[in-house]
Write a protein that binds this ligand. Structure first.
Ligand SMILES: [Zn+2]
Length: 367
């Protein structure tokens, strides 16, 4: 007998759902608006949608599994996409994000794409995906802690700058020094020491706002995972895992990717901005090759997560203020670049947070 899931809806009602189809089902051609709509494929998608609870984007009235695409089936695809992917085009492509979301936890044996997919399909196997989720899921709360410590240090450094010097008769002159060490740490990575106080304060607050946005990205990722259907929110397994792992990448993302949207509201794709590699990667994503992710130490990965977040939450590729990679921890000039360069370098944000959290335990390069 078919297993049923009872799901409480937000309006207080209950709905029973058909069991979801076996993970990994595939279609030979696209289904929905403008698709090839082979009857067998259409039936596959209709019954898959019927298996989704209305609260998760499934149709409220079950679709007829008749192999014919009409406005009701297209509307059901769109409803599902809006709910699960955050956008909709009314079409399910083979090896596209919609079928991967529908067929479950990645690792689907989907047929090769006939037409270019709209967004990156997950290429991680189900086992890799599980390892990815476990690893990232355990690191993100700690990355958020590192960021909080960076922000506390920024606030303490700022208060130190605003405080008047100790007077001669001050009974507790040492209290005036609270924040001096935190300012020294900010100087170590961002080189503000030659700047006037007003500039230092502005730079401290600018860095703090970047960390604010990083906190938001992590919080949303943890509370709303999976947003895109397979990884943990904005943090996703690299769809080209083997390729980039061979190049020794540990993570990648896009300048200002967090806010990157097309005029129609869909996420920008790598091809929209002449990215040299794959053209179909969602820019509002931070990618990790799973193979690399599993071999690195926690501290290395935590620094990497914050480094990537700096690119991701900072300004977009067209802004001169974007956060780039002007230097790295492995370069001799890491701690000697000028003030402007340090403020526009992702690695500096990663290390300031690392040392804020770990204090004297940090080494460069971190491990
Ligand atoms: Zn970078």
């Amino acid at each position: 007998m078919a297993q049923q899931i009872l799901m409480k809806l937000s309006n207080g009602g209950c709905s029973s759902c058909d069991p979801p189809p076996a993970p990994g089902f595939s279609i030979g051609g696209s289904v929905g608006r403008g698709g090839r709509n082979l009857p067998e494929d259409v039936r596959t998608i209709q019954s898959a949608l019927n298996g989704v609870c209305p609260a998760d984007g499934g149709p409220i009235l079950k679709l007829d599994v008749d192999g014919i695409v009409g406005p009701i089936t297209i509307a059901a695809i769109e409803k599902y996409q809006k709910r699960q992917l955050g956008w909709s085009d009314g079409r399910v492509d083979p090896d596209g994000p919609t079928i991967h979301a529908l067929s479950g936890q990645g690792g689907g044996q989907a047929a090769p794409a006939k037409a270019g997919p709209k967004a990156p399909p997950p290429k991680a196997t189900a086992q890799q995906n599980a390892q990815f989720v476990e690893r990232i899921g355990s690191l993100l709360p700690r990355a958020r802690h590192w960021i909080s410590m960076a922000q506390l240090n920024i606030d303490m450094a700022s208060e130190y700058l605003r405080r008047s010097p100790a007077g001669r008769n001050d009974p507790l002159p040492s209290l005036h020094d609270i924040g001096r060490g935190q300012l020294a740490l900010f100087d170590k990575y961002f080189h503000t020491h030659k700047e006037p106080t007003t500039t230092k304060l502005a730079q401290l607050q600018r860095a703090k706002r970047l960390y604010d946005s990083m906190t938001t990205v992590i919080t949303h990722s943890l509370l709303q995972a999976p947003m895109f259907g397979w990884g943990v929110g904005y943090f996703q397994p690299d769809p080209a895992d083997g390729t980039l792992a061979a190049l020794d990448y540990v993570a990648y993302t896009f300048y200002g990717g967090w806010q990157a949207r097309r005029p129609d509201g869909r996420p920008r794709l790598s091809g929209d901005d002449n990215y040299k590699g794959a053209k179909n990667l969602r820019e509002d994503t931070i990618f990790f090759p799973v193979g690399q992710l599993l071999t690195k130490t926690d501290n290395f990965m935590l620094e990497t997560i914050i480094h990537e977040l700096a690119h991701f939450v900072g300004p977009g590729v067209r802004s001169p203020d974007r956060i780039g990679d002007h230097t790295y921890d492995t370069k001799a000039n890491f701690l000697t670049v000028n003030n402007w360069t340090a403020l526009h370098t992702a690695e500096c944000y990663g290390y300031f947070a690392a040392e804020s959290a770990l204090r004297n335990a940090i080494t460069i390069p971190i491990h």
